[in-house]
Design a binder for this molecule. Structure first.
Ligand code: AMP
Ligand code: GLY
Length: 434
């Protein structure tokens, strides 16, 4: 199949790499791509924001399936433009992408569909903020959760025990208007987090294996929220199949039904960000695309063909896809971030040592990298690359990933040394309520 993957990040590199391993060979293309994808796909220098040029490229190449990676073009309507041009697309329409584009919209759909999530209030008037904060967190005994309504590249959410900080973030969100002029205040959900991706064709949902992401910048879950600093799968602290079934039955299917009834069916990847609470799984957030870095570990475990799955979803034909096969091994991904990330990332620095990562039996997935005119690989973003290790045991994968990432040299860079550590040690209490 002739496939175009749209995007520049680790998620898209992982998609391209996994597609290149399908049993049926594909003709792979990526736009705008990154240097890591060069080994598997033809790279086309077309801007992510240029919907007309991306559509023209896909038509010109005779692309049979377009896979749109990031949320911004989806929320802007790239999938609609491409479908109008007659292309087959994996990714939701602009209307369906509102599940990620507006946290308030997602909350309304969940309420309509009877999906369990944190109690919340959407506020537009600064005068109402204090009362709403106190209502969500009576007595101030748990952390405050404050979210900008619109897309904010993982930086719109503040979870803090400081009422002052919560109020300041909420006021900032309303004053800047940068991510919508509303703010969503939520009750705090206790319990470990997990991500379950569901491949959807507008009517059905096929779950992928759960993964856990590490959102905070530093070891021990210290520091600010980031796009994600590492991930692992499987999660030894829960029953994988039970979690996948519960996610499909009580979350994905009701949401898909609600979206279809509104006349805006959801086709693409429904990313369910969940908390395993004492009352069962509750939704923390939806995204409308593969997660990053979770995709790196989930796809590394996939034993079935990916192209066939995504094409079936894009054409409303998931019913015809056989059950997915999964590798029993454990996978750990660790993200290498630039100095200063996530606040002010320093970029443009040389990266070396990637061959040594390969010698350690690990894979490098690129995110914020670029080649300069003489071919030198340099950092170009906050999250620069990830090292992915697959092993028989989670501890084995964790140790191998740590040893390999230490070989990568990038001045000032940082990574977490505790990705999957508590899980591998058995320190996360087993979740039985799903
Ligand atoms: P979001 O962008 O909505 O996923 O929020 C980013 C991160 O903030 C999540 O991955 C959680 O770690 C945390 N978070 C968000 N909402 C809540 C909540 N209601 N309770 C506890 N933690 C939350
Ligand atoms: N890792 C979380 C996300 O992709 O939003």
């Amino acid at each position: 199949m002739k496939i175009l993957v749209v995007g520049t990040g680790a998620r898209e590199h992982a998609l391209v790499r996994r597609l290149s391993q399908d049993s049926i060979p594909h003709d792979l293309h990526a736009a705008p791509g990154n240097p890591g994808m060069e080994a598997h796909a033809a790279i086309h220098d077309v801007s992510l924001g240029d919907s007309a040029a991306l559509t023209a490229l896909a038509l010109e190449l005779g692309i049979e399936l377009v896979v749109i990676g990031p949320e911004a073009p989806l929320v802007a309507g790239l999938a609609d433009d491409m479908r109008e041009a007659g292309l087959t697309v994996f990714g939701p329409s602009k209307a369906a992408a509102e599940l990620e584009g507006s946290k308030d919209f997602a909350k309304r759909i969940m309420s309509e569909a009877g999906v369990a999530t944190a109690r919340s209030m959407t506020v537009a008037d600064p005068a109402l903020l204090e009362a709403a904060l106190d209502d969500m967190n009576p007595g101030g005994s748990t952390p405050y959760v404050v979210k900008a309504d619109g897309l904010a590249a993982g930086k719109g959410v503040v979870v803090t025990s400081s009422r002052e900080e919560a109020l300041a973030h909420a006021r900032d969100c309303l004053a800047s208007g940068a991510h919508g002029s509303r703010v969503v205040l939520e009750e705090y959900l206790d319990g470990p987090e997990l991500s379950v991706f569901c491949v959807c064709d507008g009517e059905r949902a096929v779950p992928l294996v759960p993964a856990q992401d590490f959102k905070r910048a530093f070891k021990g879950d210290e520091g600010p929220n980031t796009g994600g600093m590492g991930a692992y799968s499987p999660l030894p602290w829960l029953d994988e199949n039970a979690a996948m079934n519960a996610t499909v039955e009580s979350i994905a299917e009701p949401v898909i039904r609600a979206m279809r009834e509104r006349g805006t069916p959801f086709t693409g990847l429904l990313f369910c960000g969940l908390a395993a609470t004492s009352e069962g799984l509750k939704v923390i957030e939806f995204n409308v695309r593969f997660g990053d870095p979770e995709t790196l570990v989930v796809l590394e475990r996939l034993g079935s063909d990916l192209g066939e799955l995504l094409q079936a979803a894009a054409t409303g034909d998931l019913a015809s896809v056989p059950d997915l096969a999964w590798r029993d091994e454990s996978v750990v991904a660790v993200v290498l971030a630039s100095e200063g990330y996530p606040l002010a990332a320093q970029t443009g620095r040389e990266i070396t040592g990637l061959d040594e990562v390969g010698e350690e039996g690990c894979t490098v997935i690129h995110a914020g990298t670029e080649r300069d005119s003489d071919g030198t690989l340099r950092s170009s973003g906050g999250r620069v690359l990830s090292v992915v290790a697959r092993e028989n045991t989670l501890e084995g994968a964790r140790v191998r990933a740590q040893s390999a990432i230490a070989r990568v040299l990038l001045e000032g860079s940082h990574y977490r040394t505790d990705i999957a550590e508590r899980a591998a040690l058995g320190a996360i209490e087993r979740v039985t309520q799903l």
